[in-house]
Design a protein around this ligand. Structure first.
Ligand code: CUA
Length: 373
């Protein structure tokens, strides 16, 4: 392929060659059958042409063997393509457990990113090479789509929902980022770049902007500013449930239903507080819709995560919580902190006073022990 006229974007992620191989196979197979069909048309047109004007063709009663052959071969080919594509699809969908986390918010007409360490950027995303990166996406307004051709990934960013995608960049460089869903007048201008850096360079870049603190620290600030702290007292004595050790744990609702407190649930509880009421509490919380941006919600989630023990990526998945941890006073097995889940009205003494570790090695915010407030 000529260098100044590339037919395909760079292969810059671990899955790009997988995707390209499948794509090449599909194109190759299509060309093969197009050629075969045209060839047969030409051969048959010559071979079985009408030779004299009074010729009467021999009657044809079909061939079962031929019918079976041209049914079974395409069937095998299609099933093969399905299995192959499904395996590539799962590779694209399955986020490696050791992936680092980045948060993206689509907005007319820009991409905003924040890193858990606190760095924020617009229309630019810095990531290290050789490390899986998980991106949690949402939208502030309409549907956008996060598309990095060189990584062969495309994922919609939907308002009111979190979607995820991941990639592992293989070589440093700057790659195009597009919005791939028509989202209004300046949709075509909603683009940016993904800057892939050597890991050491990336670390330097990360530490270059420490203003404002980590996402969790910003979240804590918001938690105080918005007044959440006045009701969600860490020791559970407030009018609203304590949020210490809630993340990733099972929560019992007033309807008797149980769910796992994940990102979606926390987001909904901030913006639509009355959608799900925790057992034994009153629906008194006002909505924070319009008062907090999607980025702010992500920061609040990061803060709630940071005051929960044993949070690792993936623990929010249903089924990973041991049954019974939602009972007031129950101790999370192996948590080692000795604190309750905080979802009940009377958590055991000492809840909230233990220093919890945060995922990813980010330093724990200091606001956990708030017994003086
Ligand atoms: Cu955002 Cu198109």
């Amino acid at each position: 392929m000529p260098k100044d006229f590339p037919l395909m974007p760079d292969q810059a992620s671990t899955i790009s060659s997988e995707v390209d191989l499948l794509y090449a196979f599909l194109v190759g197979m299509t060309l093969f059958f197009v050629g075969l069909i045209f060839l047969m048309v030409a051969i048959f047109a010559i071979r079985y042409r009408r030779r004299s004007s009074d010729e009467i063709p021999r009657p044809n009663f079909g061939s079962l063997r031929l019918e079976i052959v041209w049914s079974v071969i395409p069937l095998l080919i299609s099933v093969g393509i399905f299995i192959w594509s499904a395996s590539v699809f799962f590779d694209i969908q399955r986020v490696p457990a050791n992936a680092m986390q980045v948060y993206g918010v689509g907005k007319q007409w820009m991409w905003k990113f924040q890193h858990p360490e606190g760095n924020r950027e617009i229309n630019e995303l810095h990531v290290p090479a050789g490390r899986p990166v998980k991106i949690t996406l949402t939208s502030e307004d309409v549907i956008h789509s996060f598309f990095v051709p060189a990584f062969r990934i495309k994922q919609d960013a939907l308002p009111g929902r979190y979607t995820t995608t991941w990639f592992q960049a293989t070589k440093p460089g700057t790659y195009h980022l597009f919005c791939a869903e028509y989202c209004g007048t300046q949709h075509s201008g909603m683009r940016g770049s993904v800057v892939v850096m050597e890991p050491a360079q990336y670390e330097a870049w990360l530490s270059g902007d420490a203003s404002g603190g980590s996402m969790a620290a910003r979240g804590e600030k918001l938690f105080n500013q918005l007044g959440c702290v006045t009701c969600h007292l860490p020791d559970g004595s407030g009018r609203c449930p304590s949020l210490v050790n809630v993340y990733g744990k099972s929560v019992k609702l007033i309807t008797g239903e149980e769910l796992v407190a994940n990102d979606e649930y926390i987001r909904e509880s901030v913006l639509h507080p009355n959608a799900k009421i925790v057992d034994a509490y009153q629906p008194i919380m006002p909505t924070y819709q319009g008062q907090v941006s999607e980025e702010g919600v992500l920061q609040l989630i990061a803060y709630i995560k940071s005051i929960s023990s044993q949070v690792t990526e993936g623990t929010a998945a249903p089924g990973t919580t041991t049954p019974g941890t939602a009972l007031p006073g129950a101790t999370t097995p192996g948590a080692g902190t000795g604190t309750g889940t905080g979802t009940g009205p009377t958590p055991p003494g000492g809840a909230g006073s233990t220093n919890q570790s945060t995922p990813g090695g980010a330093s724990a915010p200091n606001g956990i022990n708030r017994s003086g407030q």
